[in-house]
Design a protein around this ligand. Structure first.
Ligand code: M6R
Length: 614
């Protein structure tokens, strides 16, 4: 994980780096640091804590200069403290580095460097890398770019790095393998960052380095990209960015998470805009159309994902099997990649990822490709590694999701996957014409219904007041709403640190029901469509054991209302699309509970938005 920012040009680097780090703080916030070259020497400032802490301590130092770099850390090697914070300096003090990733073979490299007299101040793998570069540079009297290349060829692991030499202060060397790195190309200036958000107000031109590529980013010289392994030159591909500033700011909300929850009506519309034509009875998605035969000939679809994206995959399993009658399996990417799965050439693998950078999902994609499968990506971040690694795909168009807890990513992923299921059903004739048209129309109505479901905000807040101090919470759902129960529990635990579990409601009697007593809040997802009567029976079972029931029901429901302690009403829709609505009050409930418990909603402890380590 970690966020990296660099600047070289004619502006003051400090404000650009600080602002950039704030935008990248979703990637990790254990510590922050920066380094600038002021014309004669390096100026380093770093600290445990957040970028705001870095700003505070940096007030004491004069930090001027037109070249510099900064880092916000999600700790891997070494506890979060000042010393382990990046940037790291080489022993001579000439080289500075920032790094996002893990150097797996750092231990033997470190041992070797210690033998050669190097001294280490931190516990990080990164300090090993910068000294390895220095050693290579000194030994063979190489230019920095070449030394970085030689050193990286000795390294096993993942990295996005920026390296800078104070004796040659007109260039920054960058390289990537497994961790993202974008270069913003301006007029006589360059920006470097983990994603484009730190530089969108300066330039809309960006180059995304591919894995195993490096570049010398310098003033008054052409930008050259090379393959790290064989030194061959690569033509830089400059992409035009579509992101705007408003999308990455809070827009009057207290937290990004709340803003993103409330964006769902508009982003779901963005997701299906130009793809869903309910009046014409059409779904058109280029990535699916171009590969329709592959989907139709698939013996099965295997979905790989992590976290919330995995939950969206579970919803998709139910929808695709029901609509298109294609067998679907959903795998945790982290398990799939290490268990020698059986994948055939006729399998279609769908990889779902908001960030498009999740290391486990990327590794699962690589494995599926090696085994000959066709791999289709469902990503949010345009130009992300997963979107480039997959054979084809569909973007979710949710806009930047900054809050670490995924919200709008989940609903837009389901929207994309539901459209895929409908397109396949149309081609296979597995849905009747009238059902097909009905689903298209219902999907088109979802944004308005999500807007109505957002009207439960006050109710969710009221319920949050009552349950904010609960130590545990259960979430139950059946069918399409079982994955929503898992997602509701994940949202609560990750931002409020309350222990929460999601179960299929009928599984209660196989064990978890033993947990129920008068202190246990149980959130039951009980919309009218689906297995309503069965869920009502499950509610009765909880009620008779004195559990406190918070039920999410369809507007106008009377039966559950009589049994539940608290009800939250959402609009009616079909069973298959109901997760797009039932999840809304659960997101709001978690949000309010976390706020009331004084938790850092957007940056929960120990987490990061983009999980680029395994
Ligand atoms: O970017 P991805 O969708 O691949 O991320 C997967 C998970 O890391 C992510 O969904 C995580 O579980 C979220 N914090 C959940 O809110």
């Amino acid at each position: 994980m970690c966020g990296i920012v660099g600047y070289i040009g004619f502006r003051e680097a400090y404000p650009i780096i600080i602002k950039g780090l704030k935008r990248l703080e979703y990637r990790g916030y254990d510590s922050a640091g920066l380094i600038l070259f002021d014309g004669s020497d390096l100026k380093l400032s770093k600290t445990k804590g957040k970028v705001s802490d870095l700003e505070d301590i940096s007030k004491e130092i004069t930090l001027n200069g037109n070249i510099g770099m900064g880092h916000t850390r999600w700790a891997t090697h070494g506890v979060p403290n000042d010393v382990n914070s990046h940037p790291h300096l080489s022993n001579s003090g000439n080289l500075a580095i920032i790094h996002n990733g893990i150097i797996e073979n750092y231990a033997p490299l470190k041992k070797e460097l210690i033998k050669r007299g190097y001294i280490f101040h931190s516990d990080t793998d990164t300090e090993v890398l910068v000294n390895l570069i220095e050693e290579v540079q000194k030994k063979d009297n190489l230019k920095l770019g070449k030394a970085v290349q030689v050193a990286l060829n000795q390294v096993v692991g993942a990295y996005a790095i920026c390296v800078f030499d104070k004796k040659n202060p007109d260039e920054i060397i960058v390289a990537r393998l497994g961790s993202p790195l974008a270069i913003g190309v301006g007029e006589n200036e360059f920006f470097i960052a983990s994603d484009a958000s730190p530089f969108i107000e300066y330039t809309s031109n960006a180059i995304y380095l591919e894995d195993e590529e490096m570049a010398v980013v310098g003033l008054n010289k052409p930008l050259k990209i090379r393959k790290i392994k064989d030194d061959s030159l690569v033509d830089p591909y400059v992409q035009e960015l579509k992101m705007n500033l408003e999308q990455i700011e809070k827009g009057g909300y207290d937290h990004f998470m709340l803003k993103e929850i409330f964006e769902q009506p508009s982003v779901i519309k963005d997701t299906y805009r130009g793809r869903l034509h309910a009046n014409l009875g059409l779904i058109q998605m280029a990535g699916v159309e171009d590969n329709l035969e592959k989907f139709l000939n698939a013996e099965r679809i295997v979905i790989v994902a992590c976290g919330t994206s995995w939950h969206a995959g579970l919803v998709a399993e139910y929808i695709i099997e029901e609509f298109a009658r294609i067998s679907v399996e959903v795998e945790y990417a982290s398990e799939f990649r290490y268990r020698n799965p059986i994948i055939n050439k006729n399998d279609v693998v769908i990889a779902i990822s908001q960030s498009g950078e999740t290391a486990d999902t990327l590794a699962a994609i690589k494995l599926a490709k090696e085994k000959g499968a066709f791999v289709f990506g469902v990503c949010n971040v345009v130009g992300s590694s997963i979107s480039r690694e997959t054979h084809a795909g569909a973007y979710t168009h949710a806009g930047p999701e900054i809050g670490v807890a995924s919200t709008k990513a989940f609903t837009t992923q389901i929207t994309v996957l539901a459209m895929i299921a409908l397109r396949l059903a149309k081609a296979k004739g597995t849905l009747t014409n009238s059902d097909f048209h009905r689903y298209l129309q219902e999907l088109e109505l979802i944004p308005d219904k999500v807007a109505e479901a957002l009207g439960t905000n006050d109710k969710a807040k009221e319920i949050a007041t009552i349950f904010k101090d609960a130590p545990n919470c259960l979430y139950l759902g059946r069918g399409y709403n079982f994955p929503v129960a898992l997602e509701g529990a994940l949202k609560l635990k990750e931002i409020s640190y309350i222990h929460a579990e999601g179960y299929p409601a009928a599984e209660m009697k196989h064990g978890p029901i033993a947990l129920i007593d008068e202190h246990m809040p149980v959130v039951v997802i009980a919309p009218k469509q689906g297995h309503y009567d069965k869920v009502v029976s499950n509610i009765q079972e909880i009620k008779s054991r004195s559990g406190k029931i918070i039920a999410v029901v369809t507007k106008g429901d009377t039966q559950v209302r009589e049994l539940a302690d608290y009800v939250i009403e959402i609009p009616d829709t079909s069973d298959a699309l109901s997760p797009l609505l039932t999840t809304i009050p659960l997101q709001l409930l978690s949000y309010h509970i976390a706020v009331m418990r004084g938790c850092n909603v957007d940056q929960p402890r120990n987490l990061a938005k983009s999980v680029t380590v395994e």
